[in-house]
Ligand binder design. Sequence first.
Ligand SMILES: Cc1cc2nc3c(=O)[nH]c(=O)nc-3n(C[C@H](O)[C@H](O)[C@H](O)COP(=O)(O)O)c2cc1C
Length: 222
Amino acid sequence: MNVASGADVRRLLRELEVFAGELPDFDPSAAPECPVELFTEWLLDAIRAGVREPHAMTLSTADSNGDPSARVLILKDVGPGGWQFASDAGSPKGRDLAARPYAALTFYWAPLARQVRIRGPVEPEDRERSAADFLARGKGARAEAMLGRQSQPLTTLAERDDAVTASLARIEREPTLVAPGWTLYSLRPETVEFWQGDRQRRHTRLFYRASDAGWTKQLLWP
Ligand SMILES: Cc1cc2nc3c(=O)[nH]c(=O)nc-3n(C[C@H](O)[C@H](O)[C@H](O)COP(=O)(O)O)c2cc1C
C-alpha cells in the first residue's frame, strides 16, 4: 500500500461519511430523572446493536500540574454508587487519581451515533472489593496485572512473555493471589451528558447536573 501524501489524507478524511445508516431516536422529554437509568438503557441498546466492546470507555485524568492524560478502560459496574473501573494504583492513571481524585469518562457507540460524558470525583473502593474484582478476572488478565509494572519501559517482547508465563505458573499454584496494587475505583457523577447524533446535524444533547434536590436536566445547543 502506498503511503498517502498529506493532501491525500486530508481529502480522504473529508470524504469519510459520518452518521451513515439508521440511527435511533432520542426523545429527551421522555428521559428518566436519573442519568444512571438512561445510561443503562443506552448501554443495553449498544449491546443489542452488537457494538464491539460496548463497555469500553475513555478515562481522562490530570496530574498534579494539571497536565491531562486519557486512555481506554473497561467499565466494571454502574449503579447508584457511580461508574466503576479497575487498574493498578501504581500506574500513571493511579498516580494521577491519587494526586487529583477527579476524572471524566467518555463512551462512544459509533453505530448508534451516541456519546455519553460523565464527570465527577473518584474514590478507591476498599481492599475487599478490589480483591473481589481482581479474582473475578481471567487467569491471563490476573497474571499480567500481578506483574504490577504497567506503563514502565520494556526492553523486549520476550521479557514480557517470560514474565507473564512465570506469573501464570504462580497463579496456578496460588489461585487466591491478589495483585497488591489492584484497585477498584468509583466515579460519583456530578454531571452526565447524553449526545444523540443526527444525519441532518440536528444533534440532541441532554445535560444532567447533580444537586441537593436530585438531578436537574437541561438541553444544550449542538
Ligand atoms: C478496550 C481496552 C480496554 C482496556 N481496559 C483496561 C482496564 O480495564 N484497566 C487497565 O488498567 N487498562 C486497560 N486498558 C489499557 C489502558 O488503555 C492503558 O494502556 C493502561 O491502563 C495504561 O494506562 P496509564 O499509563 O495511563 O496508567 C484497556 C485498553 C483497551 C484498548
